[in-house]
Design a protein around this ligand. Structure first.
Ligand code: FRU
Length: 481
């Protein structure tokens, strides 16, 4: 399959057809990365949720597999995770290892946690006869279990979303779970219900202790409006998460409109040591109406995530495309420095088609705003990228594109801050037909937005401002060929 429909991403994962939302069950096992996902096989709108399934050797070229989990008498199959049960703690695997899925069984607002296991590398699943493993404790929103093995306490740990908090549970066998603690009522952003949490430890160069990152999605009121993700840095002792930051501090995962329900891969080999996650590239404000067919929604690029310590002593995340993307990089279509003029719109280059990757560096010394545009039609407005060196902000405007009008919340301008104490602003764009992911200053901030260009086969880049900017653009190959 080459998947050539208009808007069909060529680097990003999409289901062959029908509706998709959150990534689920991301795990690496026996040479394969697994991606399960919230899936409605009979419509391009959200409905009775199944787990769709795909596998890949490099997180870019995916092979679609049959549906893994379908609704049953406990309800729909909502979001959750998969772990490798290496020591057969569950007893499902006859002393060998195997995969255990932990997910939410949802009958409308009545949500409980269930498990299923697979002895054949995720191809077929058996639901545990003792489900639910965590019955509903009287909460309306109680879902999205993410499980990992905590070595120091020799227990499985589950983090799940409950209302506008997260709850932690622990277990020795993945079947019996004990409540450990709750976090969040006084912390972070609360513009909507909390969903899809993840908790992972990072080694930070020069630091004695690892840093824990608690990733929590928020259904409304995120950085760019609507749904998005925030994170907390802190410590986790096996039962309790303690934030390092002040309760009112909010750190956003991504500043675009389309980056939700982030989940990390479980069981990436220790010798690899990377933390890699990806997200659903849409926003609940308009997800059900984005004009693509026969599928709806894509996943973001897999991103390698790290924690760094800035000069001011603050810790923060960085996110960059996973190195496996390099294998899909093709010819250079532009590599030069250009002086962009204050007022006129200069066409810097014409690029034959997406996907492509574009690196731009902009000196920050002149404190002059620079604007450039990525557009698909020489006569029609495209999406505009504005850099304000003085304020230390970069904004992305897709509002003027004609197709943006399909929904009132789609024509947005999104803004991200950047570190203006640097000499250069470094931007990496990955443009893939219907999305633009921007990685700012080696991934210190990111901004992911869907776009709906009218013309799929031309791309121009123009600029105005007063800086000499450096550009390097490379064509990307499709993962489907
Ligand atoms: C997040 C979410 C989850 C839920 C799933 C249902 O996008 O609302 O909380 O498990 O989608 O499809």
């Amino acid at each position: 399959e080459t998947y050539e429909e208009p808007y069909r991403p060529q680097l990003h994962f999409t289901p062959e057809s029908q509706w998709m939302n959150d990534p689920n069950g991301m795990v690496y096992y026996e040479g394969e990365y697994h991606l399960f996902y919230q899936y409605h096989p009979y419509s391009r709108q959200w409905g009775p949720m199944h787990w769709g399934h795909a596998v890949s050797e490099d997180m870019f070229a995916w092979k679609h597999l049959p549906i893994a989990l379908a609704p049953d008498e406990l309800g729909m199959i909502f979001s959750g995770s998969v772990v490798v049960d290496w020591e057969d703690s569950s007893g499902f695997f006859d002393g060998e290892d195997g995969l255990v899925a932990v997910y939410t069984s949802a009958k409308g607002d009545f949500q409980q946690q269930s498990i299923a296991y697979s002895v054949d590398r995720g191809r077929t699943w058996t639901k545990y006869e003792g489900n639910p493993v965590i019955p509903n404790p009287g909460k309306i929103d109680f879902r999205d279990p993410k499980v990992f093995y905590h070595d120091d306490s020799a227990r499985w740990v589950m983090v799940l979303a409950a209302g506008q908090e997260v709850m932690f549970y622990t277990s020795e066998d993945l079947k019996t779970w004990e409540f450990a603690s709750v976090f969040g009522a006084e912390y972070g952003a609360h513009g909507g219900v909390w969903e899809c949490p993840d908790l992972l430890a990072f080694y930070v160069p020069g630091e004695e202790n690892s840093k824990w990152v608690l990733q929590v999605d928020i259904g409304d009121g995120a950085a760019a409006g609507g749904s998005g993700g925030q994170y907390f840095l802190g410590n986790f002792d096996g039962k309790v998460f303690t934030a390092d930051t002040a309760p009112e501090d909010v750190q956003w995962i991504d500043y675009g409109k389309d980056y939700y329900a982030t989940q990390s891969f479980s069981d990436i080999p220790e010798m690899d040591g990377r933390r890699i996650w990806l997200a659903w590239m849409s926003n609940w404000q308009y997800a059900n109406e984005v004009p693509t067919e026969p599928w709806r929604s894509a996943m973001s690029l897999p991103r390698e995530v790290n924690v760094i310590k800035k000069e001011n002593g603050r810790f923060q995340l960085t996110q960059l495309p996973a190195a496996e993307m390099e294998a899909y990089t093709g010819d250079i279509f532009i590599e030069k420095s250009v002086e962009i003029m204050q007022t006129t719109k200069q066409i810097i280059c014409e690029q034959p088609s997406t996907p492509f990757k574009l690196e731009v560096s902009i000196p920050l010394d002149k404190k002059q705003p620079a604007t450039f545009e990525l557009f698909d039609n020489a006569d029609a407005p495209g999406c505009e990228v504005k850099v304000n060196a003085e304020a230390g902000t970069i904004s992305f405007d897709r509002a003027k594109m004609k197709m943006s009008s399909f929904h009132k919340d789609f024509p947005a301008v999104t803004t991200a801050p950047f570190d203006k104490s640097r000499e250069m602003l470094k931007l990496l764009f990955v443009v893939d037909r219907s999305s633009v992911e921007i990685f700012i200053n080696d991934g210190e901030q990111t901004m992911c937005n869907l776009i709906l260009p009218e013309n799929q086969s031309n791309y121009y880049i123009s600029g105005k401002g007063s800086s000499e900017i450096h550009l390097k653009g490379e064509v990307m190959h499709s993962v489907w060929k």
